[in-house]
Design a protein around this ligand. Structure first.
Ligand code: DXP
Ligand SMILES: NCC(=O)COP(=O)(O)O
Length: 252
């Protein structure tokens, strides 16, 4: 039987709009509640070290909602302590640079193995599901598995940018990397998630990969929400993902 695919809605950029005026509106927690009603399986929020969008009190309020919370964060002692205290359902460890506009690549799990290991161990011990936001590359997946993380989230940004730019050959090559990484990840008994830069079309395509269990999508959904309403953009995303998954079922 074909496994369903989960949708995690990232509400960071509702907070970006709120913070543009420094007040409390629009409230990202209200957006999260609406996302759950519209079919999101979980909520994702990235608490950056510079607090440029999501803030600590948002995390506390998101934690109180009915859907699981996936907290994205850098693997710093401050963030690990905060996660252990707030106990989100899941933590996705991401690389972070203050100067970047958005997450620019996957974690350097090979170079930072020694600093990642204690962070992963502490989160595992606290009963939080740990995922590592990584490039779709074989060495990176093997080290992720050795580090004891049960989940990896494959960075889809390079593929999505190539698709949007119409760089067909590069897009095809990037998609093959994602596909091979998802196969290897499954062989290593990792749960495979994917995200960054996905839109309706790329989400539908990637949903055809049978080993992908979850997509985390934010920026595009919030942007589309301006035109069609957030509930409608999420419902349409769900349909796109279901359509991709259904093609997989009919091909089997
Ligand atoms: C890790 C990831 O791909 C996204 O969650 C992204 O980090 C969202 O936050 P930013 O837009 O601040 O990068
Ligand atoms: N981890 C990826 C994520 O949460 C959402 O990324 P984006 O859709 O905002 O680019």
């Amino acid at each position: 039987m074909t496994r369903p695919i989960r949708l995690g809605v990232n509400i960071d950029h509702v907070a970006t709009i709120r913070n543009a005026r420094g007040g409390s509106l629009p409230d990202p927690v209200r957006a999260a509640a609406l996302a759950i009603q519209a079919g999101a399986d979980s909520i994702t929020a990235h608490l950056r070290e510079d607090r440029r969008h999501i803030r600590d009190d948002d995390i506390e309020r998101l934690r109180a909602l009915s859907a699981p919370l996936n907290l994205e964060m850098a693997a710093t002692p401050e963030m690990v302590a905060l996660a252990v205290r707030l106990k989100p359902h899941a933590c996705c460890l991401v690389p972070e640079r203050r100067e970047e506009r958005t997450t620019e690549g996957g974690l350097d799990v090979i170079g930072q193995r020694n600093s990642l290991a204690p962070a992963i161990a502490a989160l595992n011990k606290a009963g939080i599901r740990v995922s590592l936001f990584v490039e779709p590359s074989p060495d990176v997946l093997r080290v992720s598995s050795e580090l004891g993380a049960p989940v990896v989230e494959l960075h889809t940004g390079t593929w999505c940018e190539a698709v949007v730019a119409g760089h067909t050959a590069q897009a095809a090559a990037e998609f093959e990397r994602i596909k091979s990484a998802s196969l290897l990840g499954a062989e290593l008994s990792l749960e495979i998630h994917a995200g960054h830069g996905l839109d309706y079309a790329t989400a539908e395509t990637i949903s055809e990969l049978p080993d992908i269990a979850e997509l985390n999508i934010g920026h595009y959904l919030i942007g589309e929400g301006i035109f069609v309403g957030l509930g409608n953009s999420i419902a349409r995303m769900r349909s796109a993902m279901n359509a991709g998954r259904a093609r997989l079922g009919s091909a089997a």
